[in-house]
Design a protein around this ligand. Structure first.
Ligand code: C2E
Ligand code: MG
Ligand code: MG
Ligand code: MG
Length: 304
């Protein structure tokens, strides 16, 4: 992995590159192991109906608990998994776990799984996903697949074919991180998607930036006119939530409603009828547990 190839055809390394490459191959080895020994599993973050406050589903987010008790976040391993051919194993590990868990949830709650753009190169992808649903006895309508737009640039035909096969069976598709990267309005009309997730970067600035409010309002209107539902990511405050609900945004996700948490911590979201109906105190108590749980994730000193 040389950074540059000189005019003489000889590749040379920059200082630090060898170390980075070494670290990468160490993680690659560990990840290969982790996938076979059950160290990769999902945390779930609630998706809330902004009008009623009901929990409508959860997004599965990959976590890696190392034997030392440290929990690694996706930023440390997703792109490595993509580069070394492990992303499909990782996806199916999360999908399987999510299918097992969704069977314990109220029937109206769905689960959303993130798909990596590189997976569209697999022509059997849709069949393999549907196979897992059949094996685990989960109705396709309870599953949503989140895709990002970079997928659509490199492998558009495969992506469309896969999306259509999944949709025909009742799996829903959402376009994640909308407004970043390779966003194109073309995709909104050309792709058979159901949902658009507005990226966190727009929500972040909602309270003090008129331009962000204008964009979010306009994108929401546009999506609705195209028959799509709209989810806002990264809602951290009550002000964020009320802005978005005023703009007609259908669903919301973010630390304000709940951090990603392990499956056993989701009870409060099932027991309470609705987020806004929960008394302030009760919500603080139940949320504390979830915050504490996710907090461990960021601690590098978590005991096993
Ligand atoms: P994403 O799909 O856009 O997921 C949302 C990310 O935003 C999650 O980060 C979540 O913890 C974080 N988040 C949620 N609410 C808030 C908030 O209010 N404030 C802030 N600051 N952040 C919030 P996470 O879990 O670290 O995942 C990062 C990304 O890694 C995901 O972004 C997704 O692109 C990728 N990823 C996660 N799990 C998988 C997986 O199983 N497969 C693939 N291919 N990618 C995954
Ligand atoms: Mg996502
Ligand atoms: Mg997202
Ligand atoms: Mg995002």
């Amino acid at each position: 992995r040389a950074k540059e190839i000189g005019s003489n055809g000889i590749a040379y390394f920059e200082p630090g590159m060898e170390q980075a490459a070494l670290r990468r191959s160490t993680i690659e080895l560990e990840l290969r192991n982790a996938l076979t020994s059950g160290e990769i599993y999902p945390h779930y973050q609630p998706l809330i109906d902004l009008e009623t406050g009901d929990t409508v589903g959860f997004e599965a987010l990959a976590r890696w608990k190392t034997p030392g008790g440290l929990v690694r976040l996706p930023i440390d391993f997703i792109s490595i998994a993509e580069q070394c051919g492990l992303i499909s194993d990782l996806f199916f590990t999360i999908l399987r776990a999510a299918c097992v868990d969704v069977r314990n949830w109220p029937a109206h709650c769905h689960v959303a799984i993130n798909l990596s753009p590189v997976q569209f190169s697999d022509p059997e992808l849709a069949q393999r996903i549907l196979g897992v649903l059949i094996e685990t006895g989960v109705a396709p309508g309870r599953i949503e697949i989140e895709i990002t737009e970079s997928a659509l640039v490199s492998d558009l035909d495969n992506a469309i074919a896969t999306i259509i096969s999944l949709k025909n069976q009742g799996v829903r598709i959402s376009l994640d991180d909308f407004g970043t990267g390779y966003s194109s309005l073309r995709h909104l009309s050309d792709l058979p998607i159901d949902k658009l997730k507005i990226d966190r970067s727009f929500v972040e600035n909602l309270d003090n930036d008129e331009a962000s409010r204008t964009i979010v309002r306009a994108v929401t209107g546009l999506a609705h006119n195209l028959g799509l539902t709209v989810v806002a990511e990264g809602i951290e405050t009550q002000e964020n939530a009320s802005h978005l609900s005023q703009f007609g945004c259908d669903f919301g996700q973010g630390y304000y409603f709940g951090r990603p948490a392990a499956a056993q911590f989701l009870m409060p979201f099932f027991n309470q009828e609705s987020w806004i109906k929960i008394s302030d105190n009760l919500s603080k108590i139940s949320n504390q547990e979830i915050v504490a749980q996710e907090h461990n994730v960021h601690s590098h000193h978590t005991a096993k």
